[in-house]
Design a binder for this molecule. Sequence first.
Ligand SMILES: Cc1cc2nc3c(=O)[nH]c(=O)nc-3n(C[C@H](O)[C@H](O)[C@H](O)COP(=O)(O)OP(=O)(O)OC[C@H]3O[C@@H](n4cnc5c(N)ncnc54)[C@H](O)[C@@H]3O)c2cc1C
Length: 288
Amino acid sequence: MIPAPFDYAAPATLDEALSLLASRSDDAKILAGGHSLLPAMKLRLAQPALLVDIGRIKDLAYVREDGGQIRIGARTTHYEIESSDLLKKVCPLLPECAGTIGDVQVRNCGTIGGSLAHADPAGDFPAAVLALDAELVAVSKRGERTIKVSDFFVDMLTTALAPDEILREIRVAAAPARTGQAYRKVHQPASGFAVVGVAVSLTLGAAGACDSAAVALTGVAAKPYRARGVEQLLVGKTLDAQAIADAAAHADEGVDANSDLYASAEYRRHLARVHTRRAIAAALSRAA
Ligand SMILES: Cc1cc2nc3c(=O)[nH]c(=O)nc-3n(C[C@H](O)[C@H](O)[C@H](O)COP(=O)(O)OP(=O)(O)OC[C@H]3O[C@@H](n4cnc5c(N)ncnc54)[C@H](O)[C@@H]3O)c2cc1C
């Protein structure tokens, strides 16, 4: 499996990378960790004429807090997110999710920006950032724009990013008090990708009832989605086992479920309901 011939550039600055993309946006592709793009090139599913390697742009990899908002550089690796003390404290959903991705080698090279830009229907981070209502900052020679995560995932392997744009930063809010978060996943045994992955973030009010709930699923459909029917049934309730089960039963509502050799659509729907129930229960146990 040998890729088609391509040119390679490794700019040292973001500006240089943006200039290259602006001049070759019809046939160039950004290379980050390479753990999705290179396999696609070897299978000749992607044949870019130019790879713009952003691996040497140091100021694209960071996790920091700024006025209650967490900012994550797009080139931050899965391992850096999994092991970030700041994220473990203020947004534990992301490290938990990162720790389920692939294996150690994949987590050392793969980046959150690459995962989101690739938009694999079985990718893990897309569910987590949807549940966190993230904002995604994209930059090009034309300027910078902020994309709400609800507008970012367009279809399977397709996002709102334009060919000349680099995803620069992911922004999420620090979790308020009495918030519990959890990620639950059924691994595809060969690849490690999510057959079904469920990200939950819920916040309890002073009396112990659920004040707000965000539930997002990946692996089930062509693109990740928020399970609004589940969320509506959680909010305002005291979450006992029955209330959680009743809500989780709506996890696959209105969804056109994927089917493949490993999991039929019916089985995926079943997994979606079961693991949504478990993810909500896990998040609740961390919220008190
Ligand atoms: C064996 C194996 C197992 C895996 N298991 C899992 C798993 O369990 N869960 C999971 O979620 N993923 C899994 N992955 C995928 C892995 O997480 C990838 O690293 C990730 O999907 C892509 O990140 P990357 O940095 O490698 O991006 P690349 O492969 O370099 O790029 C992917 C795509 O994103 C674009 N891109 C990259 N960075 C940017 C940016 N900053 N702005 C705009 N476009 C950009 C590229 O042009 C390309 O189109 C696995 C991969 C392998 C090889």
